[in-house]
Design a protein. Structure first.
Length: 206
């Protein structure tokens, strides 16, 4: 059995179109319009879904994916992506305005850059390796979670190779190197501790 996690991408455009078609079917039917006797029978009807994409009224067959792989919905068009991006930016701006209205002293939110993504992976890995534990408390170590964050950074480095600036690539490689070194130190310390722990005493026989 494969350990690869399964996931499913939900095409919200298809869900929206289905809801609109259901609402139309529940609405009262309009009075029939008489057609001319010599008018040709119309071909397949087309409906326009959200975002301006035309689709046949009949249900479309699901795209066939590779065996064992989750089926992906069709990619959005450039127009759909641009409209969604504009709506997202507007919603984010309304959120910033609401936060500043309740906190007049706060400034503009900083723009999110590549360094923030690297920082998120770094913090996740370090926290899972016990960093940030308050003095006097026992660190809670999650090596599986730490390894996952480090492996994701490795995937990021592989997929962005050749597309980063020199400064971004140096930052990513340096952080990845430091995290791997920290992971080795933690695993080595845990292994040494396990070797030095004495075995439990044998049970006392009556």
């Amino acid at each position: 059995m494969s350990d690869t996690p399964k996931f499913e991408v939900i095409d919200r455009r298809r869900m929206k179109a289905a809801e609109e078609q259901q609402q139309q079917s529940e609405a009262p039917a309009p009075a029939p319009v008489p057609e001319a006797a010599d008018e040709p029978t119309p071909g397949p009807r087309l409906v326009v879904t959200e975002g301006g994409r035309a689709a046949e009224a009949a249900s479309e067959p699901e795209p066939a994916g590779e065996p064992g792989q989750p089926q992906m919905p069709p990619a959005p068009t450039a127009e759909e992506s641009a409209e969604q991006k504009a709506a997202y930016d507007a919603a984010a701006k309304r959120l910033d305005d609401l936060i500043r209205a309740q906190n007049p002293g706060i400034g503009e939110s900083p723009a999110i850059g590549f360094e923030h993504l690297v920082q998120q992976f770094y913090l996740s890995a370090m926290i899972n390796m016990g960093a940030g534990t308050q003095e006097g408390q026992r660190p809670r170590v999650d090596l599986i979670g730490a390894r996952g964050a480090i492996d994701l950074m490795d995937v990021l480095a592989e997929k962005t190779r050749g597309n980063l600036s020199e400064e971004e690539d140096r930052m990513l490689q340096t952080v990845l190197f430091d995290l791997r070194m920290a992971f080795l130190e933690v695993t080595r310390a845990i292994s040494m501790q396990a070797m030095q722990t004495p075995p439990p005493p044998p049970p006392i026989k009556n």
